[in-house]
Design a protein around this ligand. Structure first.
Ligand code: MD6
Ligand code: FE
Length: 211
């Protein structure tokens, strides 16, 4: 079996970025049921960035560590600041999917301890940023898109480098690593749209080895 057969040519355009079209589709029902259970324990909330602005994307986490921001800065935290409870554990369905995606992209032993869950409503966006709050940049990031399609921007290693726009659809999984790990990236404002299973929103799951 060719493990790489569903990795599209974007791999050649951006070294270290592997786009696995539709990789999460077969798990849709379980992923959504498990997501439901997470957000009853750790609800979506709009966090504040250090400059004082409130993010348009609503977030929560599961896993040992959760990514948070407030006036003090960006960091990983063991407890949900909203409830002072540990984040819900990463469900098996999430773990198995993220590890299979990492493996398909050539990372044989991905062990995520953090899963950031982003919810985009119409108009929500994420400005160009680098992911650099993690300890070990040799570990990839696995990103799962669900619901309404969005335009993802892959930039360079400087904020001003020209970004490549890539549409991400329900079920697409992106594995980032190696040379791509510190690329700037973002998400353009979500267009008003409807997905049969999720309604008007896009959900993104980002798995990382943070600690
Ligand atoms: C999102 N994702 O797709 C935001 N970061 O909603 C990210 O910021 C991201 O998808 C690093 C690697 C993959 C990602
Ligand atoms: Fe990011």
């Amino acid at each position: 079996m060719d493990l790489f057969s569903n990795i599209t040519p974007i791999e050649t355009a951006l070294a270290g970025v592997n786009l696995l079209k539709g990789f999460a589709l077969k798990d849709e029902a379980t992923l959504l049921a498990d997501l439901e259970s997470i957000i009853t324990q750790a609800p979506f909330r709009h966090m504040v960035v250090p400059s004082g602005f409130t993010m348009s994307v609503a977030m929560t986490n599961c896993g040992e560590l959760g990514w948070v921001t407030d006036r003090q800065g960006y960091r990983y935290a063991n407890l949900d600041p909203l409830t002072d409870m540990p984040w819900p554990p990463i469900p098996d369905s999430f773990l198995v999917l993220s590890r299979a995606a990492a493996l398909a992209a050539g990372y044989a032993d991905f062990k995520p301890d953090a899963c950031l869950i982003n919810r985009y409503q119409s108009g929500a966006r994420m400005g160009l940023h680098q992911d650099k709050n993690e300890r070990d940049f040799t570990q990839p990031i696995v990103s799962v898109s669900l619901g309404v399609p969005a335009t993802f921007q892959f930039g360079g290693l400087k904020r001003t480098d020209k970004a490549l726009n890539v549409p991400l659809y329900h079920g697409d999984v992106v594995v980032w690593g190696g040379e791509a790990r510190l690329r700037y990236h973002g998400v353009l404002p979500l267009k008003a749209n409807m997905h049969p299973a999720l309604g008007a929103v896009r959900i993104n799951l980002t798995f990382r080895k943070a600690g």
